[in-house]
Design a protein around this ligand. Structure first.
Ligand code: PMP
Length: 362
C-alpha cells in the first residue's frame, strides 16, 4: 500500500494518525534535547515531566480520585493476572481466595493463573453458551470469604462487554485492556482496573494499573518486587526502568483524547461506530452476530458468515480495499472488527459498504 489502510486488528491496534505523525517528527529530537525520548534517562527531569503529565492526563480523562494510585508497569495484562492474586488474595479472611466471573477466554486465563496463588472460585461462567453472554448478576455465586471479584469489562475475543459496571460488596477487579477510555466509568465502582496499552492507548509493553490505595500493602511475601503495587506506588512506577517510549506515546494519545472532547465524546463516537456495524449485521441475511444483544461489544464486533465457505473470499476482498485484519480469533472463527477509539468512523463506513457490496454479490 502507498497509503494508510483501515486496520481492524485487535491489538496491537491502529493508533491516531496525528499521534504517529507527532511521534515521527519528534523521533530524533524531542523537546529540543537533541535526542529522542527513547534515549533519555527515565529519572531525568524531561522524562519525569512527561511521565507526570501522562499520569495527570489519564487521571483527568478517567476522573480518577486521589484515593487511587496510577501505575505504569510492564508485563502486560497477563503479568497482572499473577500480580493481582499476589497483591490482593491475602485480604481474604480464610486463606487466599477470589471470585471470578468467567465471560470469555481472558477471564478463563485470569482464573487459571490466580489458582496458582490461592483459590480461584468460578462464581459464574457463560462457557455453556460459548461465551456469548454475561451471566445475570443475580445468579452469581459470590463467596463471603473472597478477597475480590474479578471480571473482564470487555472480552476481546468473543466481543462481549459489560454495559454497566456491576456493583459488588468486595473490591471489583477489572481487566479493562480492550475498552479502557472508550466509555465513561465511575472509578469508585472499582477496586482495581488493569490492562495492556496496546489496544486503546499505545504500543505494547506498557500496562496500566489503577488501584484503590487502601488495597496496597497486603502483598504476599513471595511477590516479585516489580509487581508489588505498593512498592511501585512508592517509587513512581520506577522500581526498575519503566517502558519509557510506551509512556511517552500513551501521553500523546491522552492529549489526543482530550482534543477529541475526552471519554464522553469518545463514547458517543463508539456508540455510533458500533451501531453502524451491528445494524448492518442485523439487517443482513448473510452475516450474524452470536452475542446477546445486551452485551455486544462496542470495541470488538464479532460476526459470522452464514456460509462459512465464503470466509476466505470475504477476508481477501476486504484486504484488497485496505480493510485489514478482520478475521476472527482462531479459537472462535468468523470475523472480528476491532474498532477502538483510534478507528475513524470512515473506516467503519467503508467496512459496512464492503459488507453490503459483498452480500449483494452472493
Ligand atoms: N486481557 C484482555 C481482555 C486482552 O484482550 C488481552 C490481549 N489480547 C490480554 C488480557 C493479554 O494482554 P497482554 O498481551 O498485554 O498480556
Amino acid at each position: 500500500f502507498d497509503r494508510r489502510v483501515f486496520n481492524f486488528a485487535p491489538g496491537p491496534a491502529t493508533l491516531p494518525e496525528e499521534v504517529l505523525k507527532q511521534a515521527a517528527a519528534e523521533m530524533l529530537n524531542w523537546n529540543g534535547l537533541g535526542m529522542g525520548v527513547m534515549e533519555v534517562s527515565h529519572r531525568g527531569k524531561p522524562f519525569m515531566a512527561c511521565y507526570e503529565e501522562a499520569i495527570a492526563d489519564l487521571r483527568e480523562l478517567m476522573n480518577i480520585p486521589d484515593s487511587y494510585a496510577v501505575l505504569f508497569l510492564q508485563g502486560g495484562a497477563i503479568g497482572e493476572n499473577a500480580a493481582i492474586p499476589m497483591n490482593l488474595m491475602p485480604l481474604a479472611k480464610n486463606g487466599p481466595k477470589a471470585d471470578f466471573i468467567v465471560t470469555g477466554i481472558w477471564t478463563e486465563k485470569s482464573a487459571k493463573e490466580a489458582a496458582k496463588y490461592g483459590q480461584a472460585h468460578i462464581a459464574a461462567t457463560s462457557a455453556a453458551t460459548g461465551f456469548n453472554s454475561i451471566p445475570d448478576q443475580k445468579d452469581w455465586q459470590l463467596s463471603d470469604d473472597a478477597a475480590y471479584v474479578h471480571i473482564c469489562s470487555n472480552e476481546t475475543v468473543g466481543g462481549v462487554e459489560f454495559q454497566n459496571v456491576p456493583k459488588v460488596a468486595k473490591p471489583l477487579v477489572a481487566d479493562v485492556s480492550s475498552n479502557i477510555l472508550s466509555r465513561v466509568w465511575d472509578i469508585n465502582d472499582f477496586g482495581v482496573l488493569f490492562g495492556g496499552a496496546q489496544k486503546n492507548i499505545g504500543p505494547a509493553g506498557l500496562s496500566i494499573v489503577v488501584v484503590r490505595k487502601d488495597l496496597l500493602g497486603h502483598a504476599m511475601p513471595i511477590t516479585p518486587m516489580v509487581w508489588d503495587w505498593a512498592k511501585q506506588a512508592e517509587n513512581d512506577s520506577m522500581l526498575n526502568t519503566p517502558p519509557t517510549y510506551g509512556i511517552y506515546l500513551a501521553g500523546l494519545v491522552f492529549k489526543w483524547l482530550k482534543r477529541q472532547g475526552g471519554v464522553a465524546a469518545m463514547e458517543q463516537q463508539n456508540i455510533a461506530k458500533s451501531n453502524l456495524l451491528y445494524d448492518c449485521i442485523d439487517s443482513s441475511s448473510l452475516f450474524t452476530s452470536k452475542v446477546d444483544k445486551n452485551c455486544r461489544s462496542r470495541m470488538n464486533v464479532t460476526f459470522y458468515l452464514n456460509d462459512e465457505s465464503l470466509n476466505d473470499a470475504f477476508v481477501e476482498g476486504a484486504a484488497k480495499l485496505g480493510l485489514m485484519n478482520i478475521k476472527g480469533h482462531k479459537s472462535v472463527g468468523g470475523m472480528r472488527a476491532s474498532i477502538y477509539n483510534a478507528m475513524p468512523i470512515a473506516g467503519v463506513k467503508a467496512l459496512v459498504e464492503y459488507m453490503k457490496e459483498f452480500e449483494r454479490g452472493c
